[in-house]
Design a protein around this ligand. Structure first.
Ligand code: SME
Length: 164
């Protein structure tokens, strides 16, 4: 993976620090939850070369509903809990990093170009409310620091649910 941050850890650390600040600014200024999520998705997709689709799914009972996203439109606008990588995360409440989607039996394909995926849950008031989903055309691109950054980001995004 030529564009992946694994190959340039110092540059990646600097970029993650910049993204943390930029995301905090979006959270402080966005007018509502949808705009905040859209702006965060745009920020991530525009900043990280190996992010090819970035979006949010919101919990609606035992289903996930597609929210703001950046990238190709997907047929998966509603996903039952348990189905695909997204549905597994909705059920487990735990981050799932899939380095190679062809090795994942319970997977819903959006595009044949996608090779890897990371899904990070968002909990508010102890409940699963949404998730961040990122698809990549690179194989195994997600570094541990990067996944931790995404988890910190999602922990911060929780406040978008408690303020409404
Ligand atoms: N690949 C996901 C479906 C959502 S798309 O990536 C946007 C899954 O297996 O749940």
């Amino acid at each position: 993976c030529t564009s992946c941050w694994r190959r340039m850890p110092e540059a990646a650390a600097m970029e993650l620090a910049r993204l943390e600040t930029a995301a905090a600014e979006i959270l402080a200024t966005a007018s509502d939850r949808d705009s905040a999520l859209r702006e965060i998705a745009q920020l991530l997709e525009a900043s990280v070369p190996h992010y090819d689709w970035v979006g949010f799914y919101l919990a609606d009972g035992r289903e996930l509903v597609l929210g703001p996203f950046v990238g190709e439109p997907t047929e998966h606008v509603r996903i039952a809990f348990g189905r695909g990588i997204c549905g597994q995360v909705a059920e487990s409440g735990e981050t799932k990093v899939v380095a190679d989607v062809t090795a994942e039996a319970n997977y819903l394909s959006c595009s044949s170009a996608v090779q890897s995926e990371v899904v990070v849950p968002i909990h508010a008031g102890g409940e699963f409310v949404a998730q961040l989903d990122i698809d990549s055309h690179a194989r195994d691109p997600f570094a541990p620091d990067e996944v931790e950054f995404l988890q910190r980001l999602c922990a911060r995004l929780a406040r978008l649910w408690s303020e409404t």
